[in-house]
Design a binder for this molecule. Structure first.
Ligand code: GLN
Length: 199
């Protein structure tokens, strides 16, 4: 696919930041609030924000089931932070009855790095990139458990969370605990755009 359209789930979260990175990469990108917008997309990004609110709004705006259906049908999808939670099949420390879109055979722990530590930054080696990335974590989840089909792309290098999985890929689905959209580094988005182009 030479010039795909990539949607950014736009009912809640840091939508503008993702749209900006995609624009910088020369990718046609649109905000997705309604099923008709989703239909126009070849791939989707679910941004950082608040996963409980995202799930509720997606249900209210009749977007939850269409999203689940497209993801099940193989639409390349990339989740960052709250977006990682949205793509997870299972959540630890979720809100009561919290729904997700699912698709990734992972268990994520919400606010895993501790509620007191609102945010921190670090340097990570990411599979597929030849130099480390600067990673910003904001009330981030980590991957507590990953199924056999899940490829680990990055783990925390040092500190109390050393070894924790913070980036994964499973077929056309990708997720990071951190926020590549807040930096000027677009290499992680480029990995996803390549995934959409080859899907
Ligand atoms: N803690 C948030 C949640 O549970 C995620 C935070 C983020 O996306 N920066 O959805």
């Amino acid at each position: 696919m030479s010039s795909p359209t990539i949607g950014v789930f736009a009912l809640q979260g840091d939508v503008r930041e993702h749209l900006r990175v995609l624009a910088d990469l020369g990718v046609h990108a649109i905000g997705v609030r309604r099923p008709v917008e989703l239909n126009a997309c070849d791939g989707l990004i679910v941004p950082g924000g608040e996963s409980t609110t995202m799930a509720k709004l997606a249900r209210t705006f009749d977007l939850l089931e269409p999203l689940q259906k497209r993801i099940r049908a193989g639409m390349p999808t990339f989740g960052t932070c709250a977006g990682m939670i949205m793509l997870a099949d299972r959540i630890e420390d979720g809100a009561l009855g919290q729904e997700t879109l699912g698709g990734l055979d992972i268990t994520v722990r919400r606010n895993a790095f501790g509620r007191q530590v609102a945010s921190f930054e670090g340097v990570l080696d990411v599979k597929g990139l030849d130099a480390p990335v600067h990673a910003v974590f904001i009330r981030a989840p980590w991957v507590e458990q990953a199924g056999d089909q899940v490829e680990v792309l990055a783990r925390v290098g040092d500190g109390p969370a050393a070894g924790r999985i913070v980036a994964v890929r499973q077929g056309p689905l990708m997720a990071t605990s951190f926020h590549p959209e807040v930096d000027s580094d677009s290499r992680i988005h480029r990995l996803f755009v390549d995934l959409v182009r080859t899907a």
